[in-house]
Design a protein around this ligand. Structure first.
Ligand SMILES: C=C(C)C(=O)SCCNC(=O)CCNC(=O)[C@H](O)C(C)(C)COP(=O)(O)OP(=O)(O)OC[C@H]1O[C@@H](n2cnc3c(N)ncnc32)[C@H](O)[C@@H]1OP(=O)(O)O
Length: 274
């Protein structure tokens, strides 16, 4: 099936109508809805700031295309050891762009595989840390959960409010909540649309640490710096091994881990002596 991203025409700012679905096509060279910079003492952490403040960083096609392009570029940039994604203090992201979805119909959504291009975020091989302040709702919450680690500000609000607009999570919400927080809490989140506080999200394993709002990004960058000090090859293996815990049976996962562990002995990185 043709992916949404492959339908995008690069280096143009035209909006085109494909199978009744509004698809925006934008330049990958000059992002307008995200800001990307290299930060940290060694400039080895990439900081991506979602930057669509008037719409609370709603994840429209342009923003997601720019984000996917940036992640792809950073994933192959050897000077970058970790990536931090953040929003503003008011909103990490308030979800997929509801206005853009207004005229979507079943046929175009289904045949165009709406939202399938969002997997670009979880395809990144380097560690990705979400630094979440404010609203992380719907697709915004799903975007955070696609990242490897979530640091949250004290007033962060997570949730899947899709039920309030007559739909369900479409970018992993039902699956990732259930795997992280268990069936009961996942059901509550997805069936009510209730917001979840940072503290609750931490209790349920979604968030690893909570900081005052103005410290979250700095702490996430420090974490990125610490990871970036490690061997990139071994970090990639460790990330892949942990992610397999979501895909495989315990026996398969243990076998996969053991084999990757054996593989580390074939690397120069393993020969570091302390
Ligand atoms: C993957 C899927 C299917 C999805 O993600 S579906 C979308 C799931 N997300 C949601 O349902 C959240 C929708 N947003 C809200 O509930 C409220 O905006 C919040 C987040 C609670 C914030 O409320 P408030 O602080 O009162 O701010 P509010 O005035 O509503 O929003 C500010 C602006 O952002 C816009 N906005 C907020 N969320 C948006 C979204 N998901 N899509 C498009 N625009 C959005 C909103 O329309 C408003 O724009 P304008 O001033 O032009 O009217």
């Amino acid at each position: 099936m043709m992916r949404l991203s492959s339908m995008l025409v690069r280096n143009t700012k035209l909006c085109v109508n494909v199978n009744q679905m509004q698809v925006a096509a934008f330049s990958s060279k000059a992002p307008e809805m995200i800001k990307v910079e290299k930060v940290g003492q060694k400039q080895n952490v990439a900081l991506i700031k979602l930057n669509r403040p008037k719409a609370l960083n709603a994840l429209c096609a342009q923003l997601m295309t720019e984000l996917a392009d940036a992640l792809h570029t950073l994933d192959t940039d050897k000077s970058v050891g970790a990536i931090v994604i953040t929003g503003s203090e008011r909103a990490f992201a308030a979800g997929a762009d509801i206005k853009e979805m207004t005229n979507n119909e079943f046929a175009s959504t289904f045949s165009g595989s709406f939202l399938s291009n969002w997997t670009a975020v979880s395809d990144v091989k380097k560690p990705v840390i979400a630094a979440v302040n404010g609203f992380a709702l719907g697709g915004g919450n799903e975007l955070a959960m696609m990242c490897d680690i979530i640091y949250a500000g004290e007033k962060a609000r997570f949730g899947q409010p899709e039920i309030n607009i007559g739909t369900i999570p479409g970018a992993g919400g039902t699956q990732r909540w259930a795997r992280a927080a268990g069936k009961s809490f996942a059901m509550e989140v997805c069936l009510t649309g209730n917001h979840v506080s940072a503290q609750e999200a931490k209790e349920h394993g979604i968030v690893s640490k909570i900081y005052p709002a103005d410290q979250v990004v700095g702490e996430a960058v420090k974490l990125g710096e610490k990871i970036a000090e490690q061997s990139p090859l071994i970090v990639q293996m460790a990330k892949e091994a942990v992610n397999k815990a979501y895909e495989l049976t315990l026996q398969e996962g243990l076998h996969f881990e053991r084999r990757l562990f054996h593989t580390t002995f074939a690397t120069k990185d393993r020969k570091v002596i302390y």
